[in-house]
Design a protein around this ligand. Sequence first.
Ligand SMILES: Cc1cc2nc3c(=O)[nH]c(=O)nc-3n(C[C@H](O)[C@H](O)[C@H](O)COP(=O)(O)O)c2cc1C
Length: 196
Amino acid sequence: MSSSSDAPPGFHAEPEAVARVILGRRTIHQFRPEVPPLDDVMAALDAARWAPNHHHTEPWRFRLAGPKTIEKIIALNTQVVTRKKGPEAARQKLLRWSTIPGWVIATCRVSEDPQRQEEDYAACCCAVHNLALVLWSRGIGLKWSTGGVTRDPAFAETAGFHPEEERVVGLLWYGYPEKIPAQQRKPLADVLTVLP
Ligand SMILES: Cc1cc2nc3c(=O)[nH]c(=O)nc-3n(C[C@H](O)[C@H](O)[C@H](O)COP(=O)(O)O)c2cc1C
């Protein structure tokens, strides 16, 4: 591996290790019951805030949900699913959601300027992916969800923020993977145009 004395610390990472984390990461839908150590989660949250952000707005906000908040979100989701799909579907969801080990709510600060808003949301998405990759490098999987509960008008209050000030980027579930799903991507040639 090449190195340069004037490179900033951490500039050179093992390319194979970086590729393994990026290419190997998958959205995890089934978790083992153990709650990952807080140190790992804090390291991932700390890395999240190093995402690029135009005008240095640092628009991301993260909330690490404790048991009471998790319970309130699950209760709200039960109402949402009951309305849409009926009580049996809601009961199934409640059972499944009650087994999810770790919960983070990621939001983006609201801006009145539409361009700023778009760029801030993009920055928040980069931050969430930083978080996902650092967790993955530590053996912890994540699911980024924007399901119905996150769009319910009561979600903001349940998750502890004001909807005029912040909007949801994702409800992020984390834990050790029970199963790592397979995924496909189109070949690079399908999505790349080399311009003259
Ligand atoms: C903005 C955003 C929202 C997402 N919301 C959901 C969701 O609500 N439910 C879900 O199952 N997956 C959700 N995902 C995860 C995608 O389904 C997943 O990334 C995709 O299937 C590709 O799989 P991979 O992450 O394993 O490569 C979301 C991903 C992004 C970027």
